[in-house]
Design a protein around this ligand. Structure first.
Ligand code: SF4
Length: 233
Protein backbone atom coordinates (compact mmCIF):
# COMPACT_ATOMS: atom_id res chain seq x y z
CA UNK A 1 0.00 0.00 0.00
CA UNK A 2 1.32 3.41 -0.95
CA UNK A 3 1.73 5.76 1.99
CA UNK A 4 2.71 9.43 2.07
CA UNK A 5 3.90 11.83 4.76
CA UNK A 6 1.31 14.60 4.61
CA UNK A 7 1.14 17.60 6.93
CA UNK A 8 -2.20 18.89 5.67
CA UNK A 9 -4.66 19.08 2.81
CA UNK A 10 -6.85 22.16 2.57
CA UNK A 11 -8.71 24.41 0.19
CA UNK A 12 -7.51 28.01 -0.07
CA UNK A 13 -6.74 30.83 -2.47
CA UNK A 14 -3.23 30.95 -3.94
CA UNK A 15 -1.53 33.77 -2.05
CA UNK A 16 1.66 34.37 -4.02
CA UNK A 17 3.33 34.13 -7.40
CA UNK A 18 1.71 34.54 -10.81
CA UNK A 19 -1.31 32.38 -9.93
CA UNK A 20 -2.27 34.63 -7.01
CA UNK A 21 -6.00 34.69 -6.36
CA UNK A 22 -6.83 31.31 -7.86
CA UNK A 23 -8.70 28.88 -5.57
CA UNK A 24 -6.99 25.53 -5.27
CA UNK A 25 -6.34 22.57 -3.02
CA UNK A 26 -3.03 22.51 -1.21
CA UNK A 27 -1.33 19.20 -0.46
CA UNK A 28 1.42 19.95 2.02
CA UNK A 29 4.06 17.26 2.50
CA UNK A 30 5.65 16.70 5.89
CA UNK A 31 9.46 16.57 6.01
CA UNK A 32 12.17 18.96 4.83
CA UNK A 33 15.94 19.02 5.22
CA UNK A 34 16.59 22.25 3.30
CA UNK A 35 16.76 24.42 6.45
CA UNK A 36 15.91 27.99 5.38
CA UNK A 37 16.37 30.13 8.52
CA UNK A 38 13.38 32.32 7.62
CA UNK A 39 11.12 29.33 6.84
CA UNK A 40 7.51 30.09 7.76
CA UNK A 41 6.47 26.43 8.04
CA UNK A 42 9.09 24.96 10.37
CA UNK A 43 6.48 22.58 11.77
CA UNK A 44 6.80 20.66 8.47
CA UNK A 45 10.49 19.84 8.91
CA UNK A 46 10.29 16.56 10.86
CA UNK A 47 9.89 13.33 8.90
CA UNK A 48 7.47 12.23 11.57
CA UNK A 49 5.72 8.91 10.79
CA UNK A 50 2.67 10.15 12.70
CA UNK A 51 1.83 12.07 9.51
CA UNK A 52 1.58 8.91 7.41
CA UNK A 53 -1.55 8.58 5.24
CA UNK A 54 -2.50 6.12 2.56
CA UNK A 55 -2.83 7.28 -1.03
CA UNK A 56 -6.51 6.32 -0.92
CA UNK A 57 -7.08 8.54 2.13
CA UNK A 58 -5.28 11.45 0.48
CA UNK A 59 -7.27 11.11 -2.74
CA UNK A 60 -10.54 10.84 -0.81
CA UNK A 61 -9.79 14.06 1.06
CA UNK A 62 -8.86 15.85 -2.16
CA UNK A 63 -12.04 14.70 -3.89
CA UNK A 64 -14.15 15.81 -0.89
CA UNK A 65 -12.59 19.28 -1.03
CA UNK A 66 -12.79 19.42 -4.81
CA UNK A 67 -16.47 18.47 -5.30
CA UNK A 68 -15.49 18.49 -8.98
CA UNK A 69 -15.44 22.30 -8.78
CA UNK A 70 -11.82 22.97 -7.91
CA UNK A 71 -9.56 20.97 -10.18
CA UNK A 72 -6.29 22.68 -9.28
CA UNK A 73 -3.76 21.25 -6.86
CA UNK A 74 -0.64 22.83 -5.42
CA UNK A 75 1.82 20.32 -3.99
CA UNK A 76 3.98 21.99 -1.38
CA UNK A 77 5.76 21.31 1.87
CA UNK A 78 7.96 20.79 3.60
CA UNK A 79 10.01 19.59 0.69
CA UNK A 80 7.88 17.36 -1.55
CA UNK A 81 11.00 16.72 -3.68
CA UNK A 82 13.04 15.17 -0.88
CA UNK A 83 14.26 11.79 -2.22
CA UNK A 84 12.34 9.85 0.42
CA UNK A 85 9.06 11.36 -0.87
CA UNK A 86 9.63 10.73 -4.57
CA UNK A 87 8.13 7.23 -5.05
CA UNK A 88 4.88 8.11 -3.23
CA UNK A 89 4.80 11.59 -4.79
CA UNK A 90 4.94 10.06 -8.27
CA UNK A 91 2.04 7.75 -7.41
CA UNK A 92 0.03 10.70 -6.13
CA UNK A 93 0.77 12.82 -9.20
CA UNK A 94 -0.07 9.97 -11.54
CA UNK A 95 -3.44 9.54 -9.84
CA UNK A 96 -4.14 13.29 -9.87
CA UNK A 97 -3.38 13.51 -13.60
CA UNK A 98 -5.52 10.44 -14.25
CA UNK A 99 -8.40 12.37 -12.62
CA UNK A 100 -7.69 15.49 -14.70
CA UNK A 101 -6.32 17.79 -12.02
CA UNK A 102 -4.04 20.69 -12.97
CA UNK A 103 -0.99 20.28 -10.74
CA UNK A 104 1.57 22.84 -9.61
CA UNK A 105 4.56 21.75 -7.56
CA UNK A 106 6.57 24.01 -5.30
CA UNK A 107 10.25 23.18 -5.83
CA UNK A 108 12.79 24.32 -3.23
CA UNK A 109 15.39 24.90 -5.95
CA UNK A 110 17.87 22.47 -4.45
CA UNK A 111 17.43 19.61 -6.94
CA UNK A 112 15.89 18.77 -10.31
CA UNK A 113 13.61 15.73 -10.42
CA UNK A 114 12.69 15.11 -14.08
CA UNK A 115 10.43 12.15 -13.30
CA UNK A 116 8.30 14.54 -11.22
CA UNK A 117 8.67 17.68 -13.33
CA UNK A 118 7.60 15.80 -16.46
CA UNK A 119 4.35 14.75 -14.75
CA UNK A 120 3.13 18.12 -13.47
CA UNK A 121 1.56 21.03 -15.32
CA UNK A 122 3.54 23.79 -13.65
CA UNK A 123 6.62 24.20 -11.46
CA UNK A 124 7.28 27.07 -9.07
CA UNK A 125 11.04 27.12 -8.57
CA UNK A 126 12.34 28.87 -5.46
CA UNK A 127 15.68 30.58 -6.00
CA UNK A 128 17.17 30.72 -2.50
CA UNK A 129 18.50 34.12 -1.45
CA UNK A 130 21.36 34.77 1.04
CA UNK A 131 18.97 35.54 3.93
CA UNK A 132 17.70 31.93 3.79
CA UNK A 133 21.32 30.75 4.45
CA UNK A 134 20.71 28.01 1.84
CA UNK A 135 23.28 28.04 -0.95
CA UNK A 136 21.66 28.59 -4.33
CA UNK A 137 23.12 27.25 -7.57
CA UNK A 138 22.88 29.45 -10.66
CA UNK A 139 23.92 26.48 -12.81
CA UNK A 140 21.05 24.39 -11.44
CA UNK A 141 18.62 27.26 -12.04
CA UNK A 142 19.80 27.63 -15.64
CA UNK A 143 19.49 23.89 -16.24
CA UNK A 144 15.97 24.02 -14.81
CA UNK A 145 14.93 26.93 -17.05
CA UNK A 146 16.45 25.29 -20.13
CA UNK A 147 14.39 22.16 -19.46
CA UNK A 148 11.17 23.48 -17.93
CA UNK A 149 11.08 27.25 -18.51
CA UNK A 150 7.80 27.34 -20.50
CA UNK A 151 5.83 25.73 -17.66
CA UNK A 152 7.41 27.48 -14.71
CA UNK A 153 7.92 30.57 -12.62
CA UNK A 154 10.90 31.50 -10.49
CA UNK A 155 10.27 32.98 -7.05
CA UNK A 156 12.74 34.57 -4.64
CA UNK A 157 12.06 35.73 -1.09
CA UNK A 158 13.66 39.13 -0.53
CA UNK A 159 14.63 40.34 2.93
CA UNK A 160 17.15 43.04 2.05
CA UNK A 161 19.29 44.60 -0.67
CA UNK A 162 21.76 41.70 -0.59
CA UNK A 163 18.94 39.29 -1.48
CA UNK A 164 17.83 41.52 -4.32
CA UNK A 165 21.35 41.81 -5.72
CA UNK A 166 21.92 38.05 -5.56
CA UNK A 167 18.64 37.48 -7.43
CA UNK A 168 19.50 40.13 -10.01
CA UNK A 169 22.89 38.47 -10.49
CA UNK A 170 21.16 35.12 -11.11
CA UNK A 171 18.81 36.72 -13.63
CA UNK A 172 21.77 38.28 -15.44
CA UNK A 173 23.48 34.85 -15.53
CA UNK A 174 20.38 33.19 -17.01
CA UNK A 175 19.84 35.95 -19.57
CA UNK A 176 23.49 35.74 -20.70
CA UNK A 177 22.84 32.15 -21.82
CA UNK A 178 20.23 33.38 -24.30
CA UNK A 179 17.43 31.22 -22.87
CA UNK A 180 13.90 32.68 -22.55
CA UNK A 181 13.35 33.72 -18.94
CA UNK A 182 10.07 32.57 -17.33
CA UNK A 183 8.04 34.90 -15.08
CA UNK A 184 10.22 35.81 -12.13
CA UNK A 185 8.59 37.01 -8.91
CA UNK A 186 10.11 38.71 -5.90
CA UNK A 187 8.34 37.94 -2.64
CA UNK A 188 9.09 40.56 0.02
CA UNK A 189 9.74 38.58 3.21
CA UNK A 190 6.92 38.69 5.79
CA UNK A 191 8.05 36.75 8.84
CA UNK A 192 5.82 35.27 11.55
CA UNK A 193 5.47 37.59 14.53
CA UNK A 194 6.04 40.87 12.69
CA UNK A 195 3.44 43.40 11.53
CA UNK A 196 2.97 43.94 7.80
CA UNK A 197 6.47 44.97 6.59
CA UNK A 198 5.46 48.01 4.56
CA UNK A 199 8.98 49.49 4.50
CA UNK A 200 10.52 46.24 3.22
CA UNK A 201 7.85 45.95 0.55
CA UNK A 202 8.50 49.51 -0.62
CA UNK A 203 12.26 48.87 -0.60
CA UNK A 204 11.82 45.87 -2.90
CA UNK A 205 9.57 47.85 -5.27
CA UNK A 206 12.12 50.69 -5.31
CA UNK A 207 15.08 48.39 -5.93
CA UNK A 208 13.20 46.79 -8.80
CA UNK A 209 12.63 50.24 -10.29
CA UNK A 210 16.27 51.22 -9.82
CA UNK A 211 17.46 48.05 -11.58
CA UNK A 212 15.23 48.53 -14.63
CA UNK A 213 12.06 46.65 -13.53
CA UNK A 214 13.25 43.14 -14.39
CA UNK A 215 10.98 41.36 -11.89
CA UNK A 216 7.38 41.16 -10.79
CA UNK A 217 6.95 42.08 -7.12
CA UNK A 218 4.15 39.96 -5.64
CA UNK A 219 3.65 39.73 -1.89
CA UNK A 220 2.02 36.95 0.12
CA UNK A 221 -1.61 38.03 0.04
CA UNK A 222 -2.79 35.37 2.50
CA UNK A 223 -0.50 36.88 5.17
CA UNK A 224 -1.94 40.36 4.66
CA UNK A 225 -5.44 39.00 5.08
CA UNK A 226 -4.96 36.46 7.88
CA UNK A 227 -1.57 37.32 9.46
CA UNK A 228 1.82 35.70 8.97
CA UNK A 229 1.15 32.90 11.50
CA UNK A 230 -2.18 31.72 10.06
CA UNK A 231 -2.34 28.18 8.72
CA UNK A 232 -4.55 26.52 6.11
CA UNK A 233 -5.24 29.84 4.37
S1 SF4 B 1 12.39 24.52 1.62
FE1 SF4 B 1 10.43 25.38 2.27
S2 SF4 B 1 9.77 24.10 4.03
FE2 SF4 B 1 11.94 23.69 3.66
S3 SF4 B 1 13.02 25.07 5.07
FE3 SF4 B 1 12.88 26.13 3.10
S4 SF4 B 1 10.99 27.34 3.20
FE4 SF4 B 1 10.90 25.82 4.86
Amino acid sequence: MTTLLINSIYRATEGEGIHIGIPQIFVRFQGCHVGCVNCDTKETWDFDPAFTRSLDEVMEEIETLSQDVIKRISVTGGDPLHPSHIPSLIELLTELKRRNYYVNIEAAGTRLVPEVFDLVDFISYDYKTPSTTVKASKDLLLKFIQSYGPKSQVKAVISDKKDFEATFDALHFVKASGVAVPPWCLTPCFEPGEPFPMNRFQMVVKLNENFGLPFRVIGQQHKWVYGAEARFV
